[in-house]
Design a protein around this ligand. Structure first.
Ligand code: AMP
Length: 187
């Protein structure tokens, strides 16, 4: 089974590119952000706790998202593979994913990192705030917290996958189709 990770800062276009990959390769898309927003909408206890963190631009605890990933893997045994979008966001999460996959006799196939700089993160998210109703997109100081958390907690994941020889980086600037072509060229 294939296990592709779409990596990158907030606003890099991971969700958009994941949707194109799903269409082309018939994979199952797992977005931890979408799963968390679903819990919030449903008004669950997990959703309430997650909302307090997400709305401030902070990450939810590793165990919460790791549990969601384990649940998704178990729930879809017959798919060709998965695309992870917004996960792993910490080295601890990357380690747990390796463990979950190793228990199935599988491994991460490749990491595709969509890179944009901090200024573009800010402008992309401000634009998205006009299209989608996400509280964590609406306020510049929250976006800046997310950028800071990305550098402090998520960026170290790059080194983790470089050490495994699975890391591929592409330029995330440009048109959606151009970026998709870059993804296809590294796969
Ligand atoms: P996203 O839709 O991927 O931008 O995620 C929105 C928010 O959900 C993030 O800013 C985090 O607060 C939370 N979140 C999503 N995925 C994760 C994850 N893998 N680990 C921790 N928090 C996450």
């Amino acid at each position: 089974m294939k296990h592709y990770i779409l990596f990158g800062p907030p606003g890099a276009g991971k969700g958009t590119q994941a949707a194109l990959m799903v269409e082309k390769f018939n994979l199952r898309h797992i977005s931890t952000g979408d799963l968390l927003r679903r819990e919030i909408k449903a008004g669950t206890e997990l959703g309430r706790q997650a909302a307090a963190l997400i709305e401030k631009g902070n990450l939810v605890p590793d165990e919460v998202v790791e549990g969601m990933i384990a649940g998704e893997l178990a729930a879809h045994p017959h798919v060709k593979g998965f695309i992870y979008d917004g996960f792993p966001r910490t080295v601890a999460q990357a380690e747990v994913l390796d463990k979950l996959l190793a228990d199935r006799g599988e491994a991460v196939t490749a990491v595709i990192s969509i890179m944009i700089d901090d200024e573009m993160v800010l402008s992309r998210i401000k634009h998205r705030a006009l299209l989608e109703n996400r509280k964590d997109d609406a306020d510049e100081s929250i976006i800046r917290t997310r950028i800071a958390n990305y550098h402090a907690k998520t960026e170290p994941v790059i080194g983790f996958y470089k050490a495994e020889g699975k890391y591929n980086e592409i330029n995330g600037e440009g048109a959606i189709e151009e970026i998709f072509e870059r993804i296809l060229s590294v796969l």
